[in-house]
Ligand binder design. Structure first.
Ligand code: IPE
Ligand code: IPE
Ligand code: MG
Length: 240
C-alpha cells in the first residue's frame, strides 16, 4: 500500500497577526541532556533562530521580536556569556554577507552600554544598512522590561510631556512596530522573565515544552493556528 503523506495546510497570515515575540528558552537543557556544554546549546539555538526568522519573513510577518539576552543573564558564568556574545557577533557578520537574500530591518533593543565596543559597532552598522527593509526584527540584548520602562518614563519626563499611555508607548524600544500580538515561550516555563511587560498587556501567550533548538517552522505554524483559534476580547464581550 502506498504511503500517503498528509501535509498540513500552510498558514496564511491576515491583519490580525502582524507581530510575534519569542522567548527563546531551553538552549542549556538541550545541550546538557546530550552531555554537551551549554555553549553548544546556544550554538544550536542560534541556528534555530535563523530558521525561524527566515520562516517568519516568508510568511510575511511585519515584525518579530526575540529575547536573546536579558539584563539578568549576566549572572551566568563568564564563559557562557562570552559564548553568547561571540554568537551574536558571528550572526551579525553572516547577515552582512547575506544582505541581498533577506529584507529584514534589524533593530537591537536593550541597553548596549555594557556590551563590547566591537559588538556595538556591528549592531549600529547592521541597523543602518537595513533601515529601509520591510520586516522589523527586534533582537533583545541586555534587555529587561523594567529597565526599558524606567528609560521610557525618564525620556517622557525629560521631554516635558505628560505621562500617558501614548507617551510611554512612544518612548519604548517597540514604538515603531507596536505591541506583539502573540508571545511564544519555548522550554516549558510559564513566565515572562522581564520581557515586554508593558507591550504584553493584551498579547496572546503561547507556551510550549519544546526546547528552543528543537523549535521548527512547523511549530511556528502550529502556534499561529492556535492564535487564530482564540478570540481576543480586550475586555469586551464576545460577538458569537
Ligand atoms: C535561553 O536558553 C537562552 C538565554 C537565556 C541566553 P537558556 O540558556 O536559558 O536554556 P535553559 O533554560 O537553561 O535550558
Ligand atoms: C529568559 O530566559 C531570557 C531569554 C530567553 C534571553 P531565562 O532562562 O533567562 O529565564 P528564567 O531565568 O528561566 O526566568
Ligand atoms: Mg532558560
Amino acid at each position: 500500500m502506498a504511503l500517503k503523506i498528509i501535509k498540513k495546510e500552510s498558514v496564511v497570515l491576515d491583519e490580525r497577526l502582524s507581530h510575534i515575540a519569542f522567548i527563546m528558552d531551553g538552549n542549556g537543557r538541550w545541550a546538557t541532556s546530550r552531555g554537551l556544554p551549554r555553549e553548544q546549546g546556544h550554538r544550536a539555538g542560534a541556528k534555530a533562530f535563523q530558521r525561524i526568522a527566515t520562516h517568519c519573513e516568508e510568511l510575511g510577518l511585519r515584525a518579530m521580536t526575540v529575547y536573546a539576552f536579558s539584563t539578568e543573564n549576566w549572572k551566568r558564568p563568564a564563559r557562557e556569556v562570552e559564548a553568547i556574545m561571540d554568537l551574536l557577533e558571528d550572526y551579525i557578520d553572516s547577515c552582512e554577507k547575506e544582505l541581498k537574500k533577506h529584507s529584514v530591518r534589524f533593530r537591537f533593543i536593550g541597553d548596549r552600554t555594557p556590551l563590547r565596543p566591537v559588538l556595538r559597532q556591528k549592531m549600529d552598522r547592521l541597523e543602518a544598512i537595513t533601515k529601509d527593509n520591510r520586516m522589523i526584527l527586534n533582537i533583545a540584548v541586555n534587555y529587561g522590561a523594567r529597565s526599558e520602562l524606567c528609560r521610557a518614563m525618564q525620556t517622557v519626563a525629560d521631554g516635558g510631556l505628560p505621562i500617558s499611555e501614548d507617551s510611554i508607548s512612544g518612548a519604548l524600544y517597540t514604538a515603531e512596530c507596536g505591541d506583539p500580538d502573540m508571545i511564544v515561550r519555548t522550554g516549558g516555563d510559564m513566565r515572562i522573565s522581564n520581557f515586554l511587560l508593558w507591550q504584553a498587556a493584551y498579547a496572546e501567550l503561547y507556551f510550549t515544552d519544546k526546547l528552543w533548538p528543537d523549535f521548527s517552522p512547523a511549530d511556528v505554524d502550529e502556534a499561529i493556528r492556535v492564535f487564530y483559534s482564540r478570540q481576543r476580547r480586550y475586555g469586551g464581550v464576545s460577538n458569537v
